[in-house]
Design a protein around this ligand. Structure first.
Ligand code: THU
Length: 521
């Protein structure tokens, strides 16, 4: 069990289009690939962790000896915004994207808003925040009407001059708007945008305030805080979850302050989750199509990382991921529907490649498992995969030494973990008549079944010539069929590489469309 998990979200660092990217208008989007072409791109530490080993990343160097477990994550939610992405990382999948208003808000919503505030409105279009006060500021001051505008995001923004509408009054209007924007008009955020100054030199003040939508389901943050764990939200985490489940918030604003805060928290004794959002990648560079700026920001994060990891104790785990894409290298300045990377680093965490996972929610489930807080319903946790295979690999390696393979000279060892927790080993046993030869995997299975075991979790397999592991040794077709007899789709197969590192696949991965006991029922 771990004491602290640091979950760092590099806002918008996608790693390539999802299969349904076209329906989001994001064909070909690949944030990481775009910034990797910049001269400013230098990320040796992330590459050493195994970033280049992630599925689909064929434009970065791979490493034989990664220092972290890696995965590619699909976004299951039907969205690509910050809120939906973070909710899914915390275990809440959204069936629908949050509503956006490229044509402005419907009249009935604005009528209700006028009735609730006693003030009219101006603009009602997607607009740049600095331009909107320039274009409508004077009329606002003359008429007392509020400046209502939106963006490509799911936001209802209200700008007002502080001399006419003091921030507290503006916040009250925002709360009224929040109460109106429900159901299918449940926008992600209502934002107060106070400004000051004389025409044309209006400037926005730091009294901006976000009124977020509450998560639509139970989140990891709720689960952990209800179970007595600390949940520290750094950056915009508090806002994204409307404060729910956050036991302490630290607002940061920029990557620099975010990273500095992380460093301080690394020295702090707490028990639970530190959930960090680094916003500049998205806000400052992604949306402004600034490829070099984005690349430099990632290089800075990379340079910061070793100093942070140095502070980690044996009881800590660091996860690095993202919430969606925002490719600065294509025409769009909007978010993009992309896969995101996941790196998991910590003492005792196996350096496995988890392949492609179907939902960000697996991060939430795994975090709950790592922190020993059982009972979180969403996603599929893979904490056991991160920790179980070291013992299995060792036993498979030992079994390989007992291989009886005088004819092929190819020795194989296997270690099979049953659901009861017992491990059965096996080696390949050859025969001069060749056809009676039995593989290591089947030896292990038949030993286990003959001892009364019929349910299994995972197997580790290693093999090679001359008693050395030469390469990954995937189970042969016959052994796969034997696995199908006793194991479900999620049975895990750890294939051990020459460097001792593992590749993890499931039975569904290596035996799709299979003939199973169900077919003969
Ligand atoms: N072998 C295994 O034990 N497991 C596998 O997954 C592939 C092959 C053995 C059978 C034979 O003794 C040798 O490797 C060469 O085929």
């Amino acid at each position: 069990m771990k004491k602290r998990v640091f979950l760092i979200v590099l806002d918008s660092l996608g790693i390539g289009e999802m299969p349904d990217a076209e329906s989001f208008g994001d064909l070909g989007a690949n944030t990481m690939k775009s910034i990797s072409k910049s001269q400013k791109f230098y990320i040796p530490n992330l590459l050493a962790m195994g970033l280049g080993n992630i599925d689909g990343i064929d434009y970065l160097p791979k490493t034989q000896q990664p220092t972290a477990a890696v995965a590619r994550l699909c976004e299951e939610s039907k969205g690509k915004d910050t809120t939906v992405g973070h909710w899914e990382l915390a275990g809440v999948v959204s069936e629908q994207a949050l509503p956006t208003y490229p044509e402005g808000f419907p009249e009935d919503i604005l009528d209700e808003f006028t009735r609730a505030t006693g003030r009219g409105w101006l603009c009602n279009k997607p607009y740049s925040g600095t331009q909107v006060i320039k274009d409508y500021g004077r009329e606002h001051l003359e008429t007392g009407k509020l400046i209502v505008y939106t963006s490509a995001d799911s936001v209802f923004q209200i700008a007002a001059h502080e001399s006419l509408v003091p921030p507290e009054e503006l916040y009250e209007y925002c709360r009224k708007a929040r109460a109106i924007l429900k159901g299918r008009h449940a926008v992600g955020r209502v934002i107060a945008r106070p400004f000051i100054g004389e025409y044309p030199d209006y400037t926005r003040t730091t009294n901006r305030h976000d009124f977020s939508l509450e998560p639509t389901g139970r989140t990891l943050l709720d689960h952990l805080s209800e179970n007595g764990k600390d949940v520290i939200g750094v950056g915009k985490i508090y806002d994204i979850f409307a404060g729910r489940g956050v036991t302490e918030k630290i607002l940061t604003g920029t990557n620099d302050v975010g990273m500095k805060t992380c460093m301080e928290l690394a020295d702090r004794d707490f028990n639970g989750l530190c959930f960090i959002n680094l916003v500049d990648f998205d806000q400052v560079y992604g949306h402004r199509n600034n490829v070099d700026g984005y690349a430099l920001a990632l290089s800075e994060f990379d340079a910061w990382l070793p100093k942070f990891l140095e502070k980690m104790t044996d009881d800590d785990v660091v996860m690095i991921t993202a919430d969606h894409g925002c490719d600065p290298g294509n025409e769009s300045t909007d978010h993009s529907r992309e896969y995101v990377p996941l790196l998991i680093w910590g003492e005792g965490i196996e350096k496995i490649n988890l392949g492609t996972r179907p939902t960000f929610a697996d991060v939430a489930a795994t975090t709950a498992q790592l922190l020993g807080v059982e009972g979180f319903e969403a996603g599929t946790g893979f904490a056991s995969e991160l920790t179980e295979n070291s013992a299995l690999v060792k036993l498979a390696r030992e079994a390989m030494e007992r291989s009886y393979s005088p004819y092929s000279g190819f020795s194989v060892g296997a270690a099979l973990l049953s659901k009861s927790g017992r491990v059965y080993t096996g080696c390949n046993i050859e025969n001069a008549a060749f056809s009676p030869t039995v593989c290591a995997e089947r030896t292990a299975f038949f030993k286990a079944v003959s001892e009364g075991e019929t349910e299994f979790e995972a197997i580790a397999v290693c093999g090679g010539k001359g008693g050395e592991i030469t390469d990954y040794c995937p189970p042969c077709g016959v052994c796969r069929q034997v696995m199908r007899e006793f194991c479900g789709d999620d049975f895990r197969i750890y294939m051990v590489g020459a460097d001792g590192g593992c590749r993890c696949v499931t039975l569904a991965d290596i035996l799709p469309e299979s003939f199973s006991p169900d077919n003969v029922k």
